[in-house]
Write a protein that binds this ligand. Sequence first.
Ligand SMILES: Cc1cc2nc3c(=O)[nH]c(=O)nc-3n(C[C@H](O)[C@H](O)[C@H](O)COP(=O)(O)OP(=O)(O)OC[C@H]3O[C@@H](n4cnc5c(N)ncnc54)[C@H](O)[C@@H]3O)c2cc1C
Length: 466
Amino acid sequence: MNKKRIINVNEKKSNNRKNYVIYWMQQSQRVHYNHALEHAIQLANQFDLPLVVYFGLTSDYPDANMRHYQFMLEGLKEVRDILKKFHISFVLKLKSPDQGILSYLGNAEALVMDQGYLNHQKKWRQNVIDYVEKNGLDIHIDVVDTDLIVPVHIVSNKAEYGAYTLRPKIKKLYLEFRDFTKMSTIKNQTQLELESDDDLSNIDNLIKKLDLDYGVLPSAFYKGGYIEASKMFFNFIQNKVNHYLESNDPSNDYTSKLSMYLHFGQISALEILDRMFLELDRGNVDGQAFDAFIEQLLVRRELAFNYVFYNPGYNQFDQMTEPWAYYTMKEHVNDKREYIYDLKTLESAQTHDAYFNAAMDEMVYTGYMHNYMRMYWAKKIIEWTSDFKSAYDTIIYLNNKYFIDGRDPNSYAGVAWCFGKHDRAWTERHIFGKLRYMNDKGLKRKFNIEKYVEDVNEKKELSGAK
Ligand SMILES: Cc1cc2nc3c(=O)[nH]c(=O)nc-3n(C[C@H](O)[C@H](O)[C@H](O)COP(=O)(O)OP(=O)(O)OC[C@H]3O[C@@H](n4cnc5c(N)ncnc54)[C@H](O)[C@@H]3O)c2cc1C
C-alpha cells in the first residue's frame, strides 16, 4: 500500500498493550480493496492483537430514507458475513457513528478511520479526535483514504478550477496509487465478546427499529452489496463497455451503473480501475472506450471529491459556484419564465415536457437516472422556477431524496455544474444568462429519446406504480 494514503492524527504514548485494534468503517463499506481495513489488519498483526470492525448506524443521516438504508444494509450484511470468514469481529451500534465508537476506544491499541469528504463526515471524525484529546486517551489514530484512486489530500492542496486543472495532476499520480495487492490474514483470531446491536440477519426488522423516513420505497431494480456491484461490472464489460463512446444517449443502456455502489463504498474505484486494465490487457476493452470511462471514474469523480473537500460551502447556494455565474444569474433573475412549476408538479412528473417527466419517473421509481438526463432534468428545473436559489434547493432536495447515489460529493458537484461550476461561460441567453442551456430539440436531434420514454414507462409499470 502506498503509505501516502495514511494520515497519522494521534500517537500512542505508553507501551502498555491494549485489547484490540479497531477499524471504524463508515465511508468504505466493503472488505475488498479496502486500504483502511488492510492497514488495521497490519497494525493488529504488528501488536499480535485481534481486530474489531465497528459501524455506527444512525437513523438521522442527513437526507437519508428507507431506500438508502435498505441498499446500505444489504451491503453491510455481506461485509459482516465476509469478515466472519476472515476471523474479524464486527460490531454495529444504533447510534450516531461518532458517539457509538467512544465506548470501544478505552481498550483499543489503535483506531483506523476511513476518510470522510463531506462536512458532516469530517465533523464526525474530528469529534472523535477531540474526544480522545480531551480525555487524554492513549491510542494511535490513523485516517486512510481508500475511496479515491489518488487520495484527495495528495492530488491537490486546494479546490481545483475544473477538470482541465485536475487532469494533469491526477494523471501524473494515479499509477503510483495502483497499490492494492492482497488482503493480509489476521494472525490473532480471538473472537471478542463486545457489545453490539448487530441485527443484520433481519434487515426488515432492523429498518423497523430505526426511526426513518419510510416515504421512499427501496428500489425494485437495484440491490446493494459487493456481489451485486461485481455482477454490474461484469455485465458492463461483457455487454456495454465497447459502446461507451455512445453512452451519452439515454436510450442506450451503456453506462456501468456503478455510482450507487461507489457511493456506499461497496466497491472501490481502484478495483474498477484495476479490472479495467486487466480487460484492456486481455483485449476485451477498446482503448478509446477505456480512456472515456477512466475520464469519468478518475477525473470527473475525483474532481467532485476535491470540490467538496476544499469548499465547505458546497451545499450552500451562495457559495457553491463561481463569481461569473452569480453575476449572470443576478442579471437574469427577473427574466420572465414561460412556465413555473411548484415542487409537487415537478415531483409527480406532471409538467408539459414528456422527457422531463420520464426522467423524474426514472428517478422516483428506480433510484437512478442516466447522466445526460440528470443534466437536462436539472436545467429544466432552473428554467421553470421563479429564482435560482429556489431551483437549487429543489434540485438538491429531489436528487438526494430519490437517487440511491444521492448525498454524494458527485451530487453536489453535479448540481453545481448546472449552475456553472467546473463549466465555462456560454453565449448569453434568456433566463440562463451565460449558464449552459439545454433543450428538448437537442434530445430529439441527438438521441432516440422516445425510446428512453418508453423504457422508463416500462420500468414504472414493473415497479408496481399506480
Ligand atoms: C444534476 C446532476 C446530478 C448528479 N447527481 C449525482 C449523484 O447524486 N450521485 C452521483 O454519484 N453522481 C451524480 N451525478 C454525476 C453522474 O450523473 C453520475 O455519477 C452517473 O450518471 C452515474 O452513472 P454510471 O455509474 O452509470 O456512470 P458511468 O458512465 O458508468 O461512469 C462510471 C463512474 O464515473 C463517475 N462519473 C460518471 N459521470 C460522472 C460525472 N458527470 N461527474 C462525476 N463523476 C461521474 C461515477 O462515479 C460513475 O459511477 C450527477 C450529475 C448531474 C449533472
